[in-house]
Design a protein around this ligand. Structure first.
Ligand code: FMN
Length: 285
């Protein structure tokens, strides 16, 4: 059981916390800090890693990560998710191509595909002769996707706390039917996203990517749209600096993000997700 301990050097701990918060936003932190601990350190230090060391994961890692994933809350304890662990290099290479030619899927020693899984309870219904009409509604798929995301993120926090790194792969939804065939998925199971897992290549470190200022995402009592534009403009500056430091053009956040929604083509095949869901057996009533 975790406990709140008195830091050996409170001043040093507060300085570390401030550094972590300032890296997360790329701006000075001004709110009071009521407490800090290793969990917050791990969360604030998150960065997606796409370059991995040639180092195997210790035995038992997968099982530990799944225990962390299964510790997440799950809607009504339905546990409408599953995960497929892929270590086979040929299969990882095929999935890398299906996900848009993402080389890190091939390079990571472990690739996890997180699934919204409505098949398990459907099969239980068939075994017991019970109606599962609720399965066919969009709400039920949303439950499965939320469950999968909460489980995966618990695994990410766990692996990062152990010195490993990861990157999510939404590209797994570019061609969901082909991914389903590759993984032998039964009907009514959707690959929601992949996750590359490995030890980071310390010679090619990733940086903490600053996030939107809190006033953009945190609304108090009611949604406040008018005050967002100025804070987003400030964030565009911060992201421009981050992109420059990464050797990218300093486009900022707004321009880059809008490019992702510019057209149907910019969805990289995911524009036909409704058809793919239908092919995978989801009625979405
Ligand atoms: C659901 C999801 C899907 C993602 N898909 C991809 C992907 O296909 N390829 C990739 O390189 N990064 C992917 N990412 C990583 C994001 O680009 C990354 O989290 C974001 O830029 C913030 O950077 P950070 O994680 O380093 O803080 C994905 C992240 C999430 C949460």
């Amino acid at each position: 059981m975790s406990t709140v301990t008195t830091p050996a050097n409170p001043a040093a701990e507060i300085a570390d916390a401030m550094r972590a918060l300032e890296a997360r936003y790329g701006t000075p932190w001004s709110a009071p800090l009521p407490a800090w601990n290793d969990t917050l350190d791990t969360l604030l230090a998150h960065r997606s890693v796409r370059n991995y060391a040639d180092r195997p994961l210790p035995e038992g890692t997968l099982e530990t990560l799944i225990a962390a994933a299964q510790s997440a809350s799950t809607s009504s304890n339905l546990q409408t998710w599953s995960v497929i662990a892929i270590e086979n290099p040929e299969r990882r290479a095929r999935l890398a191509e299906l996900a848009g030619g993402q080389s890190h899927v091939r390079a990571a020693p472990l690739f996890l595909v997180w699934l919204a899984d409505l098949s398990r309870l459907e099969a239980a219904g068939a075994r017991s002769g019970a109606s599962v009409e609720g399965l066919h509604y969009m709400e039920t798929l949303v439950v499965g996707m939320i469950d999968a995301a909460l489980a995966a993120q618990n695994a990410v926090v766990a692996l990062e706390s152990l010195g490993m790194s990861a990157v999510y792969i939404g590209g797994i939804r570019n061609q969901p039917e082909q991914v389903a065939a590759e993984l032998g998925l039964p009907p009514r199971v959707l690959p929601v996203f992949g996750l590359c897992v490995g030890y980071p290549d310390e010679t090619r470190p990733a940086d903490v990517k600053p996030r939107l200022p809190q006033e953009v995402v945190l609304h108090r009592e009611q949604y406040d749209a008018p005050s967002q534009a100025a804070a987003i403009a400030q964030y565009d500056e911060v992201m421009g600096g981050f992109q420059t430091a990464q050797g990218l053009s300093a486009a900022g956040w707004t321009v880059r993000s809008l490019a992702r929604w510019r057209s149907r083509e910019s969805l990289h095949g995911r524009d036909r997700l409704r058809d793919a869901l239908s092919a995978l057996g989801f009625e979405l009533r």
